[in-house]
Design a protein. Structure first.
Length: 165
């Protein structure tokens, strides 16, 4: 006990004479230094967002998706502010991707019809079972668009499904 107290006092004096632990390299919070502010360059805006957009959204590239072979189901679900048109289809080959509902506009048909085509990028792969090839796509339609619409049609390569008001 007699030797312990003087040793502790000497150790305390040595540590206090070296300066504060807060400013020393022993403290892990001082290992990286203080933060510095700098301007963000346009290339560093957000590294988590890819610089390239999806193929179907690029204005410089034409949409090369083809219609899906058959549509098996279509539902129109009401929601506040509009509706969601959800379509289930079966492509002719397995592995279809970039599935979507592409709006068809043009002179074919009356103005009170909203027409879509179920399209997808379809690679050349073996034909699987119908359950393994099933794809789903949806699109939101606003109340303003639905005000003049009496019928919604979705086309595929072999059939058309229609929903009326």
């Amino acid at each position: 006990m007699r030797k312990t107290i003087p040793l502790l006092l000497i150790a305390a004096l040595v540590l206090t004479s070296c300066g504060r632990v807060r400013d020393s390299r022993i403290n892990p919070l001082n290992w990286f230094g203080r933060a510095e502010a700098r301007e963000v360059t346009p290339s560093e805006t957000n590294p988590l967002i890819p610089r390239r957009s999806a193929i179907s959204l690029r204005p410089d590239r034409p949409d090369e998706r083809t219609p899906v072979a058959q549509i098996t189901e279509m539902t129109v679900d009401r929601l506040p502010g509009g509706a969601i048109v959800r379509v289930t289809g079966v492509p002719s080959r397995q592995g279809a991707y970039n599935v979507g509902l592409k709006a068809v506009d043009g002179p074919e048909g009356p103005d009170d019809v909203l027409r879509y085509v179920l399209v997808a990028d379809q690679p050349v792969r073996p034909v699987g079972t119908a359950a393994s090839r099933q794809v789903v796509a949806a699109v939101r339609v606003s109340d303003q668009d639905l005000a003049t619409i009496k019928r919604i049609e979705v086309l595929s390569a072999s059939n058309i499904l229609t929903s009326r008001r």
